[in-house]
Design a protein around this ligand. Structure first.
Ligand code: HEC
Ligand code: HEC
Ligand code: HEC
Length: 430
């Protein structure tokens, strides 16, 4: 099985290590004085109506809170999802309404402040693994609806797992400096030059869906770039592709219908499936959006000016040779699900024709899917690819990967056996 916690954890690994570095540097000159937090003037809590709860349930999915607060197979929103960092482990918290271990004692104000400013009820700074740099654009009404929904769910008693972060990364006050520099840089504001649908799409993608947390490259201090919004980035060893209309690396040659299909079901005609972290996004979040909201998101994405990828996409090499061994192994191991003509056998999610991952000579995501596998829950049941690491040699895995790139991407793949070595050795040791 694929451990979601692990894939998520790795996802933020590099990001958080650099954030931590930034924090330490910045804290040095800004100092502790700034650690006092601004407090919103208190507005009384909104009564919880069934209408508010229904709206909150929808928004909670659109914002994908479950991705990080629900462990695979665990109680909804009870936290405990591990984020493995080079300097220790951070755990997400219980956000059910339990009064002792959850957020049962939080007022609407407390909750809104956490989402907007990254500050807990007791004034502690929260780590930006909790993507408040995106949620800070959420309207108060929507935040309050999310809280109403969370408070309508069964209470779970689940004490927070203590973080294991080494000094000085465990010094939360130091995050003030980082927030001071970057917190409001991506704050969404409706743009009068955009249509209503496009503004709705921008709000859904930025303030709720936080697409930029994975798809926007980060600057040297690991804050999301303001110039390369959604131009593509690397997250947990996966390439989260360029979502702008750039033709070379972005969505320039996708139709609106293909993009809508991808977000609503997790694969697109002639563009392959959503795998890995993106499969989780579709599974938990975008597939629940109304057709109108998907249309808004598509309209927003289409309107993004083409930006070349911040992620270094190696130049595509034309196909010169195909390793016969790669083909034999593919026929043996993969054609049970992926037909050689690019169709999926029995599942449209397994159609690899036009798949972006196969068109990247570097094979970043092809390597990941062979190492980790991928799964997605769909309206037609679960679609599943198991990991291939452990069952084949490093050489064989590289040959299979390069065959995929040649066959479905018509390029010369440059995957090397070394890309599998460490993971293959540890998988075989088990
Ligand atoms: C990408 C991962 C991620 C997503 C998505 C996410 N969170 Fe979190 N959240 C975390 C982590 C990690 C923490 C713990 C941060 C810390 O301890 O500093 C956290 C902490 C919190 C806290 C502070 C709780 C406390 O007891 O201090 C609240 C409230 C919260 N999240 C609510 C939400 C809501 C509501 C959503 C959806 C709108 C959401 N989170 C989505 C990762 C996430
Ligand atoms: C947790 C990280 C993460 C988040 C959040 C995320 N994505 Fe992705 N996205 C990825 C990764 C990784 C891929 C590559 C998936 C693959 O290899 O199949 C991807 C692929 C895509 C693709 C396919 C692009 C192509 O060229 O094939 C689209 C479209 C997309 N994402 C849209 C979105 C939108 C819209 C949002 C916000 C609602 C979003 N993503 C949020 C990680 C993420
Ligand atoms: C049991 C069926 C099954 C087998 C066997 C299988 N796959 Fe898959 N594969 C899938 C499914 C289903 C998906 C889509 C997963 C998703 O959307 O989460 C997929 C996705 C992929 C992708 C797309 C990754 C991306 O980033 O978009 C590649 C590449 C791939 N498989 C290659 C292979 C190779 C190579 C083999 C043989 C070593 C293989 N698969 C074996 C079912 C399978």
């Amino acid at each position: 099985m694929i451990s979601r916690a692990t894939s998520r954890g790795n996802g933020l690994r590099i990001c958080l290590s650099l954030i931590a570095l930034a924090v330490v540097i910045a804290a040095g000159f800004i100092g502790r004085r700034l650690a006092t937090q601004e407090i919103d003037s208190s507005i009384p809590d909104v009564p919880r109506t069934s209408e508010l709860v229904t709206r909150g349930a929808y928004l909670t999915r659109a914002a994908d809170c479950a991705a990080c607060h629900t462990q695979p197979g665990g109680e909804p929103f009870a936290g405990g999802v591990a984020f493995e960092l080079p300097f220790g482990t951070l755990y997400s918290t219980n956000i059910t309404a339990d009064r002792d271990t959850g957020i049962g004692q939080w007022s609407d104000d407390d909750f809104v402040r956490a989402l907007h400013r990254g500050v807990a009820k007791d004034g502690r700074n929260l780590y930006p693994a909790f993507p408040y740099t995106s949620y800070n654009a959420m309207t108060r009404d929507d935040a309050v609806a999310i809280k109403a929904y969370l408070f309508s769910l069964p209470i779970v008693h689940a004490p927070d797992t203590p973080n294991r972060l080494s000094f000085p990364f465990d010094q939360r006050w130091a995050l003030t400096a980082w927030k001071w520099m970057f917190l409001d840089e991506h704050r969404f504001r409706p743009d009068p030059n955009r249509g209503e649908l496009q503004n709705r799409g921008a709000y859904l993608s930025t303030a709720l869906g936080h697409c930029g947390e994975c798809h926007t490259p980060r600057n040297a201090l690991m804050a999301m770039s303001t110039r390369k919004i959604l131009a593509g980035a690397e997250v947990s060893g996966w390439h989260a592709y360029n979502l702008t209309s750039d033709r070379a690396s972005g969505l320039g040659d996708w139709t609106d219908a293909q993009l809508a299909q991808f977000l609503s079901v997790g694969h697109a005609e002639d563009h392959g499936p959503a795998a890995g972290p993106m499969a989780e996004v579709v599974e938990n979040s975008t597939r629940y959006l109304t057709a109108e909201d998907v249309r808004a998101m598509v309209t927003y994405l289409r309107g993004l000016p083409a930006r070349s990828s911040g992620y270094k996409v190696p130049a595509a090499a034309p196909l010169t040779s195909m390793d016969i061994r790669g083909r034999l192994l593919f026929v043996q191991a993969c054609t049970g699900c992926h037909l050689l003509d690019g169709e999926g056998r029995q599942s449209a999610w397994a159609a690899l024709r036009g798949d972006h991952s196969a068109r990247e000579s570097s094979g970043t995501n092809v390597v990941q899917v062979l190492i980790q596998g991928s799964q997605i829950e769909t309206g037609q049941g679960p679609m599943f690819m198991h990991p291939f690491i452990g069952g084949y040699s490093d050489d064989e895995l590289a040959a299979i990967g390069n065959f995929v790139i040649g066959q479905f991407g018509l390029r010369q793949g440059s995957i090397t056996p070394e890309q599998f070595r460490a993971r293959n050795a540890s998988a075989k040791a088990k």
